[in-house]
Design a protein around this ligand. Structure first.
Ligand code: PGA
Length: 249
């Protein structure tokens, strides 16, 4: 079922004391929207955050995981490890993972499979770079990212997937896609899903927008019919700003 979701991606920010302080800040906020709210702290703080927010409506999610169950993968974390500390949802395919850690569509397909095999929910990120948009190739880039990493799945698998369209040129730059650009791409994504899986999968898919969403622009972006929420980086690091975005619904 299509939902409204606002997820905060903390990236490599906040040590343990800072995590505690931000969680205290989040607990003091009032939610007036029906959106599902999630935060993604770094691996070392997942368990603590999960324990702190156990009684709240905020879900703690992971920023990444490895595709293997266990073994000789120094520095990596598996789906079952995440689940053992209460984590049910993982972000995969963030553009920073693609750009700095060479994560390819093929690798991401394996990670998606591993997460789904462990009954986890996936927030799958993708989006074009500035050069793609300048050359008018944004739709074909996005279509390929989705097809290469997800189109081997059965339609029923999509109930555990949330898509996050994040144009690389808008991430951390202060430059957002216009609400119309976001709407156009989200409608295109739904059409791409429809062509392979039919309207039920396409209409029920939750599609988030990410890239410089702030309290002052969230309302307009979320008002678009095919935008179901946001993946928030910088603005998720301040409790008031994050909740101003949550309450923009
Ligand atoms: P930003 O990051 O909100 O800081 O642009 C978004 C993201 O990377 O998910």
């Amino acid at each position: 079922m299509r939902k409204n979701i606002v997820a905060g991606n903390w990236k490599m920010n906040n040590d343990l004391p800072q995590t505690e302080a931000l969680i205290d800040g989040l607990k003091s906020q009032t939610q007036t929207s029906n959106a599902e709210v999630m935060i993604a702290p770094t691996f070392t703080n997942l368990w603590h955050a999960f324990e702190e927010l156990r009684q709240s409506k905020i879900e703690v999610i992971a920023q990444n995981m490895h595709f293997a169950e266990n073994g000789a993968y120094t520095g990596e974390v598996s789906a079952s490890m995440l689940k053992s500390v209460g984590i049910q949802t993982v972000i995969l395919g963030h553009s920073e993972r693609r750009a700095y850690f060479n994560e390819t569509d093929q690798l991401l397909a394996k990670k998606v499979d591993a997460a789904l095999a462990n009954d986890m929910r996936v927030i799958f990120c993708f989006g074009e770079e500035l050069a793609d948009r300048k050359s008018g190739n944004e739709e074909s880039v996005v279509e390929n990212q989705i097809k290469n990493a997800l189109f081997h799945l059965e339609g029923s698998a999509f109930k555990n997937i949330v898509l996050a369209y994040e144009p690389v040129w808008a991430i951390g730059t202060g430059e957002t896609a216009s609400p119309e650009q976001a709407q156009d791409m989200h409608a295109f994504i739904r059409k791409t899903l429809d062509s392979k899986y039919g309207s039920e999968v396409a209409d029920n898919m939750t599609i988030l927008y990410g890239g410089s969403v702030k309290p002052n622009n969230a309302n307009e972006i979320f008002s678009k019919p095919d935008v179901d929420g946001g993946l928030i980086g910088g603005a998720s690091l301040k409790a008031e700003d994050f909740f101003a975005i949550v309450n923009a619904f």
